[in-house]
Design a protein around this ligand. Structure first.
Ligand SMILES: [Zn+2]
Length: 262
């Protein structure tokens, strides 16, 4: 039984980058982590999913995507030497409050049938109700009720845990680079579908135009800022590396002096 949830700050960065990639539709993904002492759910990475159904309030995971995520969890288990599993899902609420809809509570209940410890995160962003550009996140689970509606949500305490030296770990770095790729595939899928059996020349040209516009938008709001963040991260790592090298040299010098004086 999960009592509380910890989300590593770099995993939070992955979810947030995904949630902020579009204000038009909800985005979703799966959470990778480990249940500790049967009460603390520790989320170490997130896996962005391609939307199979691009409707405003519908987020669904296809079986193929679920199995891809399970394979990814197995890979992380080997890489990190700890039992990583798919432990939950996240989705965004652009322009609306953070609270789960009845569809969300139902979806969550379905997941909990397969795994009682499965958790859900919701990120609310682009909410105009408050003018502060505030981002809100909650963690929830569903519980059965005796009356209609059959399920309601309960909130779980969520803590965002800083990573050492506020860096992005290797696992989340991979998840971040996976993000533009997923968004690209989504756009490509929609475009390919729109061109199928399309005979009208104007429509063909129009669809291509929309496609290039979406790709440019993705480059502008996701890929480029991501690259800039990575470059800054690289620079910070270079400085740390240089500092550590200097420290090492100093320590070796002290060691030599101690050796020669003894
Ligand atoms: Zn929702």
């Amino acid at each position: 039984m999960v009592h509380y949830v910890e989300l590593l700050s770099d995993a939070y960065l992955v979810c947030m980058s995904h949630a902020l990639s579009t204000e038009k539709e909800e985005v979703m993904g799966l959470l990778m982590g480990e249940l500790m002492d049967n009460k603390l759910m520790c989320i170490i990475s997130a896996y962005a999913m391609r939307r199979s159904d691009k409707q405003a309030d519908r987020v669904e995971i296809s079986p193929e995507q679920l199995s891809a995520a399970a394979i990814e969890a197995e890979r992380l288990t080997v890489k990190l030497g700890r039992p990583v599993r798919v432990v939950g899902w996240y989705h965004s609420h652009p322009h609306i409050t953070v609270w789960p809809s009845h569809v969300d509570v139902g979806t969550q209940a379905d997941y909990q049938m397969m795994d009682p410890n499965f958790i859900g995160l919701i990120f609310s962003c682009f909410n105009e109700a408050d003018k502060k550009q505030r981002v809100q996140v909650i963690c929830f689970q569903s519980i059965a009720t005796n009356s209609e509606p059959r399920y309601e949500h309960i909130q779980l305490p969520l803590r965002v845990l800083p990573t050492p030296r506020a860096t992005v770990g290797a696992v989340c770095l991979e998840a971040l680079t996976h993000l533009p790729q997923i968004l690209l595939e989504e756009e490509k899928e929609v475009y390919t579908k729109s061109q199928e059996n399309q005979k009208d020349l104007l429509a063909l040209v129009h669809n291509s135009g929309v496609y290039s516009q979406s790709l440019t938008h993705m480059l502008q709001v996701v890929a480029t800022p991501l690259m800039q963040t990575m470059e800054r991260e690289l620079e910070a790592n270079r400085i740390t590396l240089e500092e550590l090298r200097r420290k090492k040299e100093k320590l070796l010098e002290t060691l030599q002096q101690l050796d020669s004086s003894s």
